[in-house]
Design a protein around this ligand. Structure first.
Ligand code: HEC
Length: 153
């Protein structure tokens, strides 16, 4: 009886444990983006020191869609060209975990460069990104931000 009660209490406590962004990054992202998010030319772009500027250009909706749906299409980061594929994590990880890993990448690797008044991502923003399925090449288009009036294309 006592064991059963303990088991029930443990199970009930589980969802309350906040997702650990650092552990998620180590497990799911570091193989490509490297510890500390420093990147590896030819494999995956740096996430350290680059995403504050990206938030300003692409807007807040971009990063949730990258981790949720993945991305393909060439990009240039700090002078190096990347043509690989960022895998979609929406099928593997819940909204809370994706928010936690994004917040870890931003606060851990991009502190001091985030847009003024930046607020941590919430699971609800990931849920919103999950709602509309996007192809990885469509996510790539979001990276450059909204098309500018008069850009001629
Ligand atoms: C299999 C290797 C791989 C893994 C694992 C991976 N990524 Fe990526 N990631 C990439 C590649 C390659 C790109 C660039 C895609 C392109 O060129 O379109 C990328 C792009 C990104 C970008 C966009 C960067 C920018 O400058 O716009 C973010 C953000 C990102 N990844 C975050 C993550 C996070 C967070 C994880 C773990 C949940 C992760 N990645 C796991 C390979 C990977």
């Amino acid at each position: 009886m006592r064991t059963l009660l303990a088991t029930l209490l443990c199970a009930a406590a589980l969802p309350a444990v906040a997702a650990d962004g650092a552990a998620l990054f180590a497990q799911h992202c570091a193989a490509c983006h490297q510890p500390g998010g420093v990147g590896l030319p030819g494999l995956a772009p740096p996430l350290a020191g680059t995403l504050g500027e990206r938030l300003k250009i692409a807007g807040r909706g971009y990063l949730p869609r990258v981790v949720m749906h993945g991305m393909t299409g060439p990009i240039t980061v700090q002078g190096a060209r990347y043509t690989g594929a960022m895998p979609p994590f929406g099928t593997q990880l819940p909204d809370e975990a994706l928010a936690a890993v994004l917040n870890h990448v931003l606060e851990g690797f991009n502190a001091g460069t985030l847009p003024e008044g930046h607020q941590a991502y919430t699971p609800a923003e990931l849920a919103e990104a999950r709602e509309t399925r996007l192809a990885p090449h469509a996510v790539r288009k979001l990276r450059d931000g909204p098309p500018r009036a008069g850009s001629g294309s």
